[in-house]
Design a protein around this ligand. Structure first.
Ligand SMILES: Cc1ncc(COP(=O)(O)O)c(C=O)c1O
Length: 445
């Protein structure tokens, strides 16, 4: 037997696992953040050498330089973009999953993992009210989920209508930027429907904008900038009438399907054709995962299944996740969600999502009570838009920067109807509303 080209001691593995356990217990440090290229290069420059630095030194670079130069989106004070709030169960499991080295592209490579991932997908499909034909796959993120769903939509439409002529996607002016990116990749036209004052696309507005070349409608199941959920039922009606595919982008907001109080906002989703929900957003899973589900999984497979002589041995009678999106090799990235759900139960999920909404409501009420702040919108799901009266754009940016750097709060400006405003988006049930309001109070002095 030839010697191991990569010797590595078990002691070092244990040291790395000790660090992992500590990191999961302590959570991320909110004062961490991006550093300039030059500062990083001073320490990391030359780390790839012919003879290697040794594991101890390389891992030290990770813990002492690389991690501190990353933004801690998983911290409860992180309220910009759509942050993350992975449960300790999901994070711990993800470390174990990495060690298991599972190929989850096809059943032969990952049967057990795929079976469990499919249970997590089924949980979501049940929340949407979808039949047994539903199924899909976990992909890396919402962008890839939207692309895979919309490619399946166009293929389905072409088969259905025996034409390749229809090349437009209809979506709200509040649709996530990934929809425009997907349209560019697919060389499809994008028809954007003006959203109403709350950022919601109504069925009437969609009907008015509908053109003859549309093959799919994208409904927001929680718009990123304002939290709006479109009129999914009304859009399903239009899709039915015109033989179109209805895709729901619930990358952020789809998690709220698990909150019985919010479920009615999604009425009509049972008639949609595809749905994405990112567990790394509001379903307490680590990066990176997007649950992509088709109401009829066969439409996904018809669009994405790859064929080649070297794939002929793949058993087509089983569930092969590679068939349901634009990918082949994949890790079982849906398993941390499965593990956390299996550990804590779906009731804990419903409660955590409902608690996050309560936190948003408490902060909204608090904003109303602060002189000098005007709440413009929300909470819609868990997004709030507000404005500090009379503050210049430059001062708003400066204020956000000070509190980001100190680790007190990540609250960045966005724009609403052209005006710079602050946006808060809650996905963490451990965010402390009083602490958030304490920081917002500094806008009033
Ligand atoms: C509604 C919505 N769709 C799609 C995406 C893209 O998801 P990802 O960043 O996982 O690609 C996002 C990201 O924030 C989103 O909020």
């Amino acid at each position: 037997m030839s010697s191991d080209p990569f010797p590595f001691s078990e002691d070092i593995t244990r040291e790395m696992l000790d660090w992992t356990a500590m990191r999961i217990a302590d959570g991320p440090d909110p004062t961490h953040g991006a550093q300039a290229f030059a500062a990083l290069e001073t320490v990391l420059g030359g780390s790839i050498t012919e003879d290697g630095l040794g594991a101890q030194r390389a891992f030290e670079l990770f813990t002492d330089t690389i991690v501190p130069a990353t933004r801690p989106f998983g911290h409860p004070t992180s309220l910009s973009f759509v942050a993350a709030a992975p449960s300790r169960a999901a994070l711990s499991f993800d470390a174990a999953l990495g060690a298991a080295g599972i190929f989850a592209g096809n059943w032969d490579g990952g049967a057990g993992a795929i079976h469990a991932e499919n249970q997590a997908l089924r949980w979501l499909a049940d929340l949407a009210g979808w039949p047994d034909s539903a199924g899909g796959v976990f992909v890396a993120g919402g962008t890839l989920g939207n692309l895979s769903a919309l490619h399946a939509a166009r293929e389905w439409h072409s088969r259905q209508h025996n034409t390749h002529a229809r090349r437009a996607i209809l979506c709200s002016s509040e649709a996530h930027s990934s929809i425009a990116a997907v349209a560019r990749v697919m060389d499809a036209e994008l028809i954007t429907v003006p959203a109403d004052d709350t950022g919601r696309m109504s069925a009437d507005a969609a009907r008015e904008a509908l053109a003859g070349n549309v093959f799919a409608i994208v409904a927001n199941g929680g718009a990123t900038n304002c939290g709006a959920v479109d009129d999914i039922g009304g859009l399903a009606e239009i899709a039915d009438e015109h033989g179109l595919w209805l895709h729901v982008d619930g990358a952020y907001g789809g998690a709220a399907l698990a909150d019985p109080e919010m479920r009615p906002a999604f009425d009509g989703i049972e008639r949609a054709d595809s749905l994405i929900v990112d567990p790394h957003k509001w379903l307490f899973a680590p990066y990176d995962s997007c649950a992509l589900i088709y109401r009829d999984a066969g439409h996904g497979a018809a669009a994405h299944g790859q064929k080649a002589v070297y794939l002929d041995t793949v058993d087509k009678t089983h569930w092969n996740p590679s068939d349901y999106a634009l990918h082949l090799t994949r890790r079982a990235r849906g398993l941390p969600l499965w593990f956390s759900l299996a550990t804590h139960g779906s009731r804990a999920y419903s409660s955590a999502i409902a608690r996050t909404r309560e936190i948003a409501a408490e902060v909204a009420e608090g904003i109303d009570g602060l002189d000098g702040l005007t709440r413009l919108l929300g909470p819609q799901l868990t997004v709030i838009l507000f404005r500090p009266d009379g503050m210049s754009e430059e001062d708003m940016i400066g204020w956000a920067e000070v509190h980001r750097r100190s680790g007190a709060l990540l609250c960045l400006p966005t724009r609403w109807r052209g005006e710079m405003v602050f946006r808060l988006c809650f996905v963490n049930p451990q965010t402390n509303p009083a602490q958030v309001l304490g920081v917002l109070n500094t806008l009033c002095s």
